[in-house]
Ligand binder design. Structure first.
Ligand code: PLP
Length: 394
């Protein structure tokens, strides 16, 4: 099997797996216990906070462990609205993940908030002029803009966006679930970012653990209250093994970033090799979104006159895992809201595949994946009645 769906989830790094196993076997105590057996768990949790903080470029006290990206996003949005009760306006972007858009929609429908969802340019990056017009000084509580997109890998001009929010006195949150471990984040240098979300299972830690950065000067209200764990910021008995593994995975991700900071990321080199092989052997294959401002591991490719659904079936049979730029709702393929927000028509969005690599992807994987994609596309094109076109959705 060749796995090129790392934006959906990643395999657990063996180093992270080894780090967590002792806490699932012998060291199973509740870290809040008063006896020695329990007290020696605490340093492992502290180390994990330090490792995560090192990846984010912040202080360990600014890291709140959560159950993943979705919880981190909701926590940031609800904290901002609770701590700024007189500000009833929220701003986000059309290509955000539902983990951001759904809680905003809930606030609009159930709690009288207004929201402005800003569009993107054809390259997938937020329209900064539209963002400037959207923020309302004195009224906007929060601007939430992802750092990098899950389908295209496109990286937003995040720091400019955070400055625009700051000029209106609004808090700024970024969903960095698809950016963490792939590009440097350096939060210490970016005081206009108040909240940042990451997810363990996108950086080779297990599922069900993540973190929220809350900058030290930002007022915070927990989403989950109870026993006061995480310095009273997220209650619930700690997922010790998961947290330790997240720390180890963050350390591994930072090692990768540091080793490649001066040259070309080897993951990007493999991704580029994959794209150039597919595009040189097939006509009518296009990269969606900015070819330069994107994460090193992501390739969103559009195949003229082909449906992603058919390609996926053929590629799956040949042992290649990747995903379509569309979501399956009740059996019907809905074109991706991200791609249509970038101006693609529904047929073009439905002819898109996302290939996402990781540092465990090998040159042999890429060579085999390119063969499989080229063969599948040729086969489908040969079956297509000449002159027929993919019809737009009705
Ligand atoms: N945000 C983005 C951009 C994502 O890609 C995902 C997962 O696909 C999430 C949030 C949700 O993260 P989690 O699965 O950890 O809840």
């Amino acid at each position: 099997m060749i796995y090129l769906d790392n934006n959906a989830t990643t395999p657990v790094d063996p180093v992270a797996l080894d780090s967590m196993l002792p806490f699932l076997r012998d060291d199973f105590a509740n870290p809040s216990g008063a006896y020695t057996f329990a007290r020696h768990i605490r340093p492992a949790l502290d180390t994990a906070h330090q490792q995560i903080a090192a990846l984010l470029g912040c202080d360990p006290s600014e890291v709140v462990i959560t159950s993943g990206g979705t919880e981190s996003d909701t926590t940031a949005i609800l904290s901002a609205t609770h701590t700024h009760p007189n500000r009833k306006h929220l701003v986000s972007c059309a290509t955000e993940h539902p983990a951001v858009l759904a809680p905003i929609e809930r606030l609009v429908h159930d709690h009288g908030y207004e929201s402005t969802i800003v569009g993107v340019c054809p390259d997938g990056r937020i329209d900064l002029d539209a963002l400037r017009e959207a923020v309302r000084p004195g009224q906007t509580a929060l601007v939430s803009l992802m750092w990098a997109n899950n389908e295209t890998g496109v990286i937003h001009p995040l720091l400019e966006a955070a400055e625009i929010a700051a000029a209106a006195g609004a808090l700024f949150h970024t969903d960095a679930v698809q950016a963490a471990g792939k590009i440097p984040l350096a939060l210490r240098d970016n005081p206009a970012i108040h909240f940042l979300s990451i997810s363990g299972h996108k950086i080779h830690a297990p599922k069900g653990v993540g973190a929220l950065y809350v900058s030290r000067n930002t007022r915070f209200r927990p989403l989950i209250e109870g026993g006061g764990q995480e310095n009273n910021r997220r209650s619930g008995t700690e997922n010790v093994a998961g947290i330790v593994a997240l720390g180890a995975a963050a350390r591994q991700a930072l090692n990768h970033l540091e080793a490649n900071q001066s040259g070309c990321d080897p993951i990007a080199a493999l991704r580029d090799r994959f794209e150039s092989r597919v595009r040189s052997e097939l006509d009518g294959v296009h990269v969606n979104g900015s070819p330069t401002d994107r994460t090193p591991n992501t390739s969103s490719l559009r195949f003229d006159h082909l449906e992603a659904e058919g390609l996926i079936i053929l590629m799956d049979k040949a042992g290649l895992c990747c995903s379509a730029g569309s979501a399956c709702h009740a059996g019907a393929l809905k074109p991706s809201a991200i791609l249509t927000a970038m101006g693609l028509d529904p047929a073009a969005a439905r002819s898109t595949l996302r290939f996402s690599l990781s540092r465990f992807t090998t040159p042999a994987d890429i060579a085999a994946a390119a063969d499989i994609v080229v063969n599948a596309a040729r086969k489908l094109r040969s079956l297509r009645p000449s002159g027929s076109r993919v019809l737009p959705a009705s």
